[in-house]
Design a protein around this ligand. Sequence first.
Ligand SMILES: [Zn+2]
Length: 363
Amino acid sequence: MEKALFVIDKEDNFKIQKHKIKRINYKTLYKEDFELSQIINKENTDFLMFSRNNMVKDRIDFGNFLHKLKIGYSSFSGIDDDEWEDQTKQCLNDFFTENVKLGIKSSKIKKIEQDSKKTSNLIFDMEQLGGCRYGLPRILKILDRYNVKATFFVTDIVNKTYADVIPTLVKMGHEVGLHGVFHEYLQTMSKDEQTKHILRLKNRFKYDIKGVNFVSRMNNDCLKSFKKNEIRYFIYPHINKMKNISIPCRNLKLKNDNIILIPLCIETYDKTFEQIKNEIIFTESKNKNKSDNITVLMHPFSDGSKSRIENTERVIEYISKDRCSQTISQTMKKNNFKIVKKFNIDIKNKYIKTLYDIFKFGF
Ligand SMILES: [Zn+2]
């Protein structure tokens, strides 16, 4: 059983039993890191469980904070301002109940015309309970409307809490990949530990898992651990000199390695439709081949919230209009890769350093 530390705002009133709780002021979350790290060490905490997120209340982003502590997380926060309290209580209850069935209606799979269209992959990271319960059903309706098949990276916490979500996604023709047990940092483990960890995780998901998304929570050992577990691809941010994620977006095959790096081109976090559209146009203009794939990363807790769902629909409509929007595995079948000799994940590496710089955008 994984050990959670509940991080609750002083004003929040939730009943939490049998778990360690730390009451804080979310507005000054960043001043709490020392005290929290001491509790984490003392209690052997596996992950932090937040009562809020950056879509509600004071909109506190904890990306940098988690990265500093190198600890996994989830959140039971609601995602809509007007219903925050009820949604949050519901998600907390779901977490303690486990195996909750959301009963999302799955649609019939329509065949997507492949033709010679450009391809794109919509990617959804799902590590927060509110995003799964409230954001996901809204997003799935839109994907269905535009006949888009997407790839979802789900943590095991979400999987354990909402038992029918992964089967529903698979039934609808979407792809499911690994996002960790609780969004953990693989670089805190040895190579052997990583290999066993990925195997355990793969077994819990029961489906044929081809891809993982651990972005900046990896080190060089991870590529070997993935390979040992027959993982075919991993997601990695592609960053240009402007410190934006982007270009060129060709899928890369690591030399002498049968594993594909899927570059992350665009991240929707907090951006308007116009900003996202401009990034897509910019990225495609820099692609060498007209047929090069683009990837767009979204988060159901954010893009599925009431405040962003219209924006999200416009993005999905735009992407699917003249691009074949399919799962990553479907795109990989086309075998359109560039071979790269070297790929190094190194903390001293400029590439990763740049990654730290853009952390505020929500990795
Ligand atoms: Zn994530």
